[in-house]
Structure formats: C-alpha cells, structure tokens
Design a protein around this ligand. Structure first.
Ligand SMILES: *Cc1c(COP(=O)(O)O)cnc(C)c1O
Length: 380
C-alpha cells in the first residue's frame, strides 16, 4: 500500500509515529542509550544499545528507504561518515575514481586518510565519458559521482557512468546531496547506492549534522552487511535528536526545495543579465554546457545551488558578499535561509576552484527581495 503513494504523501506517512501508547501525532525522542532485557535473554522491542540501533534512527532509516525505494538505508553522524563507510567497505589496493569537481573533503579524505590504508584514487572529468573509460583500471572498484557537482554545477550522465562502472565490476555511488530524491533518482538510473549529507536539504534548517546511504534493491547482501558492520562498529551514528530533526525536515523537504529551486532559477537568470558578473553556473540556464542532460536527468528542476564568478581579484568577490543584506556569508547549504560563500578560501590552496567564485545557496525568501538585494550590492 505505502509504495503506491506519491512522494509528498509518503514523506508524511513514513515519518509518522507508528502508534505507541500515548497516541502522539508527533514523534517522541528516545535518548535512552540502552534497552531492558527479558529474563529469557530477548529484547521486547528489538533495541539493545543505541550505537547498534535506536527507535528514532530506525524510523529515519525506514523512511529514507521508502522515499528512495531502495533495499536499505543506513543513517550516519554526517555526510562524510556515510561516504567514509563506502570507502571503508573497499579493500587495500582497490582504486577509486573521483570527479575533478566534487565536495572537497572527498578529495582530502582519499588523500589524507585512505591513502594511508592503501586505497588508491585518481581524479577525472566525469562529464567526459571517454576520459572516464580510459581512467578505469583493473583494480577500480568504485566510481564516485556527484551531480550537480560542487561548486561548478557540472552534470554527469549517471546512467552511462553506472554502466561503465558495472562493465568493470565496480560500484557506482552517487553523492545526491544537492539534488535530493525530490529532483533526481540515481538508483533508478542504475547507481548501486546514493549518499546524502542530510545536514543540508533533508534537515533544511541548518541545525542538524547527519548523513545517510541508501542502497539499490539490487545491491549485494554481502555489501549491505559490510556497510552495516562498519556503521555499528565504527559508531559514526546520528544522535536520536538528529534523527528526529531529519524526520521533521523530511516532511517539508519537497515544498522547500520547490520554492528554493524556483528562486534559484530566477536568480540565476537575473544574475546572468548583470554586467559585473562574468559567469553564472546553473544547469537550468541554456548557456550551461550540460543543459540538455540536466533537463533529462532532473526534469523538475536543477536545484537551489548556483555559483557565479565576479571581479578579477578574490577580494572583490569577498567584498561583494559583505554588501548583500539577505545572503549570510557562511559555508554549508540547503537551509531555508540564503547563504553565500567565497569557496576557494574555504577549500584551501590545493583547490582547483576559481579565485573569484561565489557559491550561493538559495533559500525560501521572496525572489523579488533577493533580486533587489543583488541589484543594490552590485551597484553600491
Ligand atoms: C556538505 C556536503 C557533504 C558532507 O556532508 P557533512 O554532513 O558535512 O559531512 C558531502 N557532499 C556534499 C555535496 C555536500 O554538500
């Protein structure tokens, strides 16, 4: 019955309490780290210890899995903890192929952490399928994708790339944080799993750090078992309160994203007409190099993130952020409030991000107010 319902309905139904003695309509929070055992050794509720599982986490994982129509969802203490679990499910000597434009901590993690554990990696432009084919090695076990990418909003062809991965017996995992299941379904396109920083659009209010993996229904049992073991033994699990916040966020995620995506598209179109701005990176603009692929892969819109290039010196871009009143200069994204960030100075000297790039996370404010704010900041 539940699977025949549409996303909006499932987002409400799958996050509701499943009927305890109190008859609450809203979810309770279960901070208990431990659960009482029966004299026969069993546990009446099935819960034993919160690192292994907890009622709030169980509900969150079930809800994420229902919304994504996967095999199983696993919740983590952050997006990076979820991504790390995927890397830790590989073996020493395995090779990972990563996009050139991707969340910078993925590059750092492979370079600074997993390198020491014998995991090899190389970086490729995922928009160039030929380049990807030639970068695949006999020991490539994971093709890591991020589309739209951070911070240049590159779009990669998930179905074609999943095919390439599978031809080489490699897994294809997609960081779907910027698109969310509202705008893009990598599992339906053949990916083996999606990874989320639920810190962003799922939470939606910039107040919970957490992450998740959802596995494709076809994913191998052995891989799921391995990931579950890593989740429970490494212990990078979300707190009951964080699970509760993400469950609350899920209920309004689609509404928020629709408004944010509408705002982002209008803002991108507006900024593209402003003389001081050299470039606007937004997949739903016809000038975007993968515009057609974006429309096909994300038919209901390309999301609420965009980036622009402004000025000739990084300080000009930085100063512009100070003249905006409705965009808070801060890192992160996906909340109801608009944010702006000078990306290169956050990513560090090794980052290939252009010096004059500003990344914008568009919120749910009124678009005319947002445009007016840009107009005054650009002309001040
Ligand atoms: C924020 C982010 C991450 C990392 O998530 P955390 O919750 O901060 O660990 C990974 N990928 C993308 C695309 C992100 O925006």
């Amino acid at each position: 019955m539940k699977n025949k319902l549409r996303f909006e309905t499932l987002a409400i139904q799958s996050t509701a309490p499943d009927g305890d003695d109190t008859c609450s309509v809203a979810n309770a929070i279960y901070p208990s780290t431990t659960f009482e055992r029966e004299t026969d050794g069993s546990y009446q509720s099935g819960f034993v210890y919160t690192r292994d599982n907890n009622p709030n986490r169980q509900l969150l994982e079930d809800s994420l899995n229902t919304l994504e129509q996967g095999k199983k969802a696993l919740a983590f203490a952050s997006g990076m903890a979820a991504a790390s679990a995927v890397l830790q499910s590989l073996s020493t000597g395995d090779h990972v192929l990563l996009p050139d434009d991707a969340y910078y901590c993925m590059h750092r993690s492979l370079r600074e952490v997993y390198n020491h554990w014998g995991l090899q990696h190389s970086i490729v432009d995922m928009t160039d399928l030929e380049a990807v084919r030639s970068a695949m090695q006999s020991n490539t076990r994971l093709l890591w994708l991020e589309s739209p990418s951070n911070p240049l909003l590159k779009i990669s062809d998930i179905a074609a790339l999943a095919d390439i991965a599978h031809q080489h017996d490699a897994l294809c995992v997609v960081d779907n944080t910027w698109a969310t299941p509202v705008l893009q379904s990598p599992l339906a396109l053949g990916a083996d799993a999606v990874m989320y920083s639920t810190t962003k659009y799922f939470g939606g209010h910039s107040d919970s750090l957490s992450g998740a993996l959802v596995l494709n229904q076809n994913a191998e049992d052995a891989w799921l078992e391995r990931l579950t073991t890593i989740q429970k033994l490494n212990g990078a699990v979300p707190s009951p309160f964080d699970c509760w916040l993400i469950l609350r966020g899920l209920k309004t995620m689609k509404l928020r994203l629709q408004q944010q995506t509408r705002n982002a598209k209008q803002l991108a179109e507006f900024l593209a007409t402003q003389p001081g701005i050299q470039q606007v990176h937004y997949p739903d603009l016809p000038s975007h190099p993968q515009h057609l692929l974006a429309q096909q892969q994300m038919p209901s819109g390309s999301g609420a993130m965009l980036s622009i290039q402004y000025g000739n010196h990084p300080s000009e871009a930085m100063q512009l952020t100070g003249r905006l009143n409705l965009f808070t200069a801060a890192t992160s994204l996906g909340g109801v409030e608009s944010l702006i960030e000078h990306r290169k100075s956050v990513e560090g000297a090794l980052s290939p991000t252009p010096d004059n790039l500003l990344r914008i996370s568009v919120g749910i404010e009124h678009i005319e107010d947002l445009k007016a704010d840009w107009l005054q900041a650009l002309n001040a």
